[in-house]
Write a protein that binds this ligand. Structure first.
Ligand code: ZN
Length: 288
């Protein structure tokens, strides 16, 4: 069995685009140069999850978390949406790492140097400029080498750390209660969101017809634009779980009262495009 086939089985077993540290060890590359080789070898597997409905260009990325786990990422394009809704593979790595409870990324393997948008997004990690960027046939360099003169959290007096930020304590508005398990999952994800610039904490959850629930958190950026909305993150979580072919029975969005960013409204505006990505999937219920 090839490394990719074995890794594919291990990723499916992990339910969420990640290879736990034990799985990485099982693939025989848990240290030294071996891990970088493995990360590069897994790029085609990561790209299998991409949904490049506009460009037709599949991109994969693989990140190494502080725990020793590997996280896959792929590009997502949404039909009929503005192009700025596109999620790049490097961003999807961070979404999956956050979903996996990772607190930091140490290395990132990509097939080409990250674009400027991704460099900015990655600068929000705890590792900031120290993140190793791994490319085939190119010496490994730091993110700082690719992003001189960076603008980041420190310029706004924010410590930063899109993966390690403290959980936020949220509670339901008086008189309301969770309407479903999806809402509860979205609430939990909202508590883990990273929103130091607007405090617009938010989470989203996709519940499939078979009862699978895929929740994910909002992730902000000092430069605002490369931020990831809760719904974008939930689509990524559902896709990497391998269950995106199922019908979405419910989409839940949780946000703060009087939020500066209306995640629910954004979900309404773009929901047809997000769901069209999955052809057969037409959510029957949207719960806010
Ligand atoms: Zn990019």
């Amino acid at each position: 069995m090839s490394v990719i086939d074995k890794a594919r089985d291990l990723v499916e077993a992990s339910d969420g685009g990640r290879l736990p540290a034990e799985a990485v060890a099982e693939l025989g590359a848990d240290s030294g140069a071996g891990i970088e080789r493995l990360m590069l070898d897994l790029l085609p597997l990561a790209a299998e999850f991409s949904m490049p409905v506009l460009s037709g260009f599949q991109v994969g990325a693989v990140g190494l978390g502080s725990s020793g786990a590997l996280y896959l990422g792929a590009n997502f394009e949404f039909p009929s949406c503005p192009l700025n809704q596109t999620v790049h593979a490097e961003q999807a790595v961070v979404v999956n790492a956050k979903g996996g409870g990772e607190t930091g990324l140490e290395r990132l393997a990509v097939s080409a140097p990250p674009c400027g948008y991704c460099r900015q997004f990655l600068y929000e990690l705890d590792s900031k400029g120290d993140l190793d960027i791994i490319l085939a046939n190119t010496p490994t360099k730091k993110l700082a080498d690719y992003l001189p003169g960076a603008f980041g959290p420190g310029d706004l007096n924010v410590k930063g750390g899109s993966l390690s930020g403290p959980r936020v304590s949220l509670k339901y508005v008086d008189g309301t209660s969770p309407k479903s398990q999806g809402v509860e999952a979205a609430m939990k994800a909202a508590g883990g969101s990273y929103a130091p610039y607007t405090s617009a904490y938010g989470g989203a959850a996709i519940t499939t017809s078979s009862g699978g629930i895929y929740a994910a958190s909002y992730i902000e950026n000092a430069a605002f634009n490369p931020s990831i909305s809760p719904m974008q993150a939930a689509v990524i979580a559902a896709t990497f779980s391998g269950n995106s072919a199922e019908v979405f029975a419910e989409v839940s969005v949780v946000q703060c009262e009087d939020s500066k960013v209306d995640h629910a409204k954004a979900c309404c505006i773009y929901r047809r495009s997000w769901c069209a990505l999955f052809r057969k999937n037409r959510p029957k219920n949207f719960v806010y």
